[in-house]
Design a protein around this ligand. Sequence first.
Ligand code: SF4
Length: 335
Amino acid sequence: MYKLKVQSDKCNACGMCALECNALQEDSSGKVEVIGEGIIADSEVGKVRNIVELCPVGALSLTEEFVDMSAKLAELKSKMKQPLKFTPPPYDDYAFRLEDKDEYAQALWNNSRGGVSDEYEFDYKSASAARSAGERAFRDEIYSQADALAQQVIVMYEQRKMNRVARYAETSGNYKYGVHQRLIKDLRSFVNELESFTGKKFPLPSDFFTFRTRDTDYINRRQEKSNDWLANRIRENLESASEFYSCVKTDKTSEYVTVSSWFGSDKEKLVYKYAYYIDADGLKRFYNHVVRATWKSGKYTKQDAERELDAFHKAIEQEWLGKIDYLLRQIGDEG
Ligand code: SF4
C-alpha cells in the first residue's frame, strides 16, 4: 500500500497538486496537507505518482508501506461513529456586558462628531433664557433620539459580537463557519480513507460536502421583535431627562453694543448676550446612560446566543449523522 507525504517546509503553496489529488487539501496558509493518513488506493497510484513528480520543489513523496487494511478500516469506522464535539466561543465573545459600555458609548460619541456637540448659540438676553433654550435643544435633538441611539448600540453589538458567534458568515473567525470547515475537512478525510481501504469509489450526492445548517430561526425571531418593544423598554430604563440637562452649559459672551458708550448714560444700555452649548463630557455621560438602558432592555442576551448555538449544534449534528450513515451503508455497515 502506498502513502503520500508532504514536506510542509518545502511546499511553496503553488496549489497545483491539491487541484488534482483528492488525498491533499490546502491549509489556511495555502500550503497543502495530506488528508487523513494519505493512503492511496492501488488504482490511484499511477496518477498520484505523476502529481508527485510535477511538484516544482519536491515536497511530495510516495512510499510503499505495509498497512493492515482491515485493522485500519475498523479503526476508521469507530472514529466515524464518535459523537461530535463542539467548542463554542467563551462567554466574553458574545455577551453584551455592562463592562463594554464605555466602548459602545465611545462609538456613539465618534458617530456624533461634528453634530450637536459643536452647538454654540448666543442670542439670549439672560443666562436663564440661554439655559432654557439649551435644554430645549438637548431634549429635541438628543434626548428624543435616545431610542435611535439605543438601536445603534444594538447594531454595533450585532456587528461586533453576535455576527461572529450566533450568525453564519463566510469569514474566518466566524464560529459557525469554522464548524462547517472542520466537519467538511473530516468528511473528506473519511471518504478518502474509506475509498483507499476498500478500493471502491463511492457515489456521493453532489451536495455531500455541504452543510445546509447555517442559522436556526431563533436569533432571527428575536431580531424581528418589534422596535416599539425595544423603544418602550429603553424609555422605561432611561432615567429622567433632567439628569442629563447638566450637560447644558451657559456662558456670558463678550458681545455688547459698543456704540452706546458714546452717549454718556447710555452706557448702562450695554447689552450682553448669553450663550449655551452642550458640554462634550456631559454628552458622553448621556451616551453612557443610553448604553446602560440598552443593556438593561436587553434585546439580545447571553441566553439568546446560547440557545442559538444549542439549536445550531443539534441541527448540524443531525446532518452530520445522516452523512456518516450514508458512508457506513456504502461499506455495508449499518452502524
Ligand atoms: S505542488 Fe508542491 S509546492 Fe505546489 S502546493 Fe503541491 S506540494 Fe506545495
